[in-house]
Design a protein around this ligand. Structure first.
Ligand SMILES: [Zn+2]
Length: 54
């Protein structure tokens, strides 16, 4: 299980790793504050999270 967390409000959100194998720049919108958190996964492991403000 991989998870990201919103760097703006701290809300956690789970991702299903097998659905996101080796992705770059996946935009996961925080359901709480609607900030776009851009995440990069490599072999299902979270590499980094970048917050993109609206
Ligand atoms: Zn948020």
């Amino acid at each position: 299980m991989a998870f990201i967390y919103c760097k703006k409000c701290g809300e956690y959100r789970y991702l299903t790793p097998h659905a996101f194998w080796n992705i770059t720049g996946y935009g996961a919108k925080c359901e709480k504050c609607e900030t776009i958190n851009t995440v990069t996964l490599e072999n299902g492991a979270l590499k980094k999270t970048i917050v993109v403000s609206k």
